[in-house]
Design a protein around this ligand. Structure first.
Ligand code: GLV
Ligand code: MN
Ligand code: MN
Length: 424
């Protein structure tokens, strides 16, 4: 277990600097109600990445990116040949996202490194602050693309083919993003970090209800996502007989209703969401010929997630009426548990700093999921007001943001000073 050197880095965390950077970054893609629309690989994200690079360079960090569009800022250690400690999250957002889901983790990581520098410490290992490409998956599904490619869970060539609703490919947008960073060196994919830490807003009410400041994350619930395609036949709203129509919207509604009933859980453990629904041609006097909608299914139990997800194609077939229905699965991520030793490190850091903490699972997905499979990985949460997230009004408290960065700084430093292999 790496030794915690408490106080030195945490004492240099500058809460005002961290807070200001969150608001500065939120200008890129700012929405009228205080939120952010900075979906993956858009022009606003390019500007936000440039901003991160400027901040990093001003601190003496070395920027780099990889072919998957992940962005890194390295604080070089005294033994730069050792595997690096990575710390970060993402800066892409949902279309009506908040300012903190993702950016908090990247900027708390940057603040941790700046505090370590301000404390006059150069650790043994390199520390890489990282911003993973496309965590949200709202524009290009599924999400967590950059971390999945980095960790080897998905192949680069497969994500390059994925297109957004306008038909624009990841490949095209990624080229644009990387071309806009001509002075940022490219690093190879396939690096194996010594450890990865991620700070994030909780996006729920568990910490707030327990009156604590930090959630040390025990693990993540499982998630499966699907697209359902319903195909009927376009026809005239005034002349085609209703008896013989093949109305894709009518069939889709029947399917949605059947799925909602089958996935209903009185205990509210099963999470089931249809968040995207598109009707074609979406014209008032044309019987809809095609509907595509998304399914997001989550459960903490692997067997339950498997069984519920496996029911979905059967339910769609049973409810499709006169139309065709097909289901394609985008991802199947099982539940996972973070290693006890990393959790222990985070709990110890919080205790040593006098920050109230609790252990809790993550109900949302995060890039840590994919890093978990390549290196010891852990997460901390800070409270998020009323648990509201994926919403423009998402809000956090400055003191919580600062305390999270203090815990993160000490934990990163402890890992970066661990000389031998950190884990057996
Ligand atoms: C991440 O934003 C998730 O959908 O869990
Ligand atoms: Mn997030
Ligand atoms: Mn999110």
């Amino acid at each position: 277990m790496p030794k915690i050197i408490c106080g030195e880095a945490a004492g240099c965390i500058n809460g005002g600097r961290l807070w200001d950077r969150m608001f500065d970054l939120a200008q890129y893609g700012a929405l009228p109600n205080g939120g952010v629309n900075r979906q993956a690989l858009c022009d606003e994200e390019i500007l936000a990445r440039h901003c991160l690079v400027r901040w990093g360079k001003a601190m003496g960090l070395e920027p780099s990116n990889d072919a998957a569009g992940n962005l890194f800022l390295r604080y070089r250690g005294t033994q730069p040949n050792l595997p690096a400690v990575m710390v970060g999250s993402h800066i892409d957002s949902q279309p009506t996202g908040g300012k903190f889901d993702g950016p908090y983790g990247v900027l708390a990581a940057l603040e941790s490194v700046e505090a370590i520098i301000d404390a006059g410490i150069r650790p043994q290992r390199n520390i890489d602050v990282v911003s993973w490409m496309n965590e949200e998956g709202s524009r290009f599904a599924p999400g967590m693309m950059g971390s999945a490619v980095f960790s080897g869970a998905r192949k680069l060539e497969h994500i390059l083919e994925i297109r957004d609703k306008a038909g624009i490919s990841v490949e095209r947008e990624l080229k644009k993003v990387l071309a806009a960073e001509p002075d940022v060196p490219r690093r190879p994919l396939g690096d194996k970090p010594a450890a990865f830490l991620e700070a994030h807003i909780e996006q729920g009410t568990v910490i707030e209800s327990a009156n604590k400041t930090i959630g040390v994350v025990t693990g993540m619930q499982g998630k499966r996502t699907f697209h359902v395609y319903v195909t009927g036949e376009e026809s005239h709203a005034g002349t085609s007989a209703r008896r013989t129509r093949r109305d894709a919207l009518v069939s889709a509604i029947d399917i949605v209703h059947a799925l909602q009933q089958a996935m209903w859980d009185a205990e509210d453990v099963t999470q089931f969401t249809i968040g995207m629904f598109t009707v074609s041609p979406n014209a008032p006097s044309v019987v809809p010929g095609r509907v595509v909608f998304s399914l997001d299914l989550r459960h903490p139990d692997a067997a339950k997630l498997r069984d519920l997800g496996d029911e979905i194609p059967k339910i769609c077939q049973a409810a499709r009426g006169r139309c065709e229905a097909s289901v394609s699965q985008l991802l199947h991520d099982p539940p996972l548990e973070f290693p006890a030793a990393i959790r222990q490190l985070l709990c110890t850091a919080a205790s040593a700093l006098g920050v109230g903490w609790m252990e809790m699972p993550s109900f949302a997905g995060h890039d840590s999921r994919y890093l978990h499979y390549v290196c010891p990985t852990g997460m901390i949460f800070i409270p998020c007001q009323d648990g509201i997230s994926h919403n423009e009004v998402e809000s956090i408290r400055k003191d919580d943001a600062m305390d999270g960065a203090r815990v993160l700084a000490e934990s990163v430093l402890a890992l970066a000073n661990a000389t031998s292999a950190i884990w057996p």
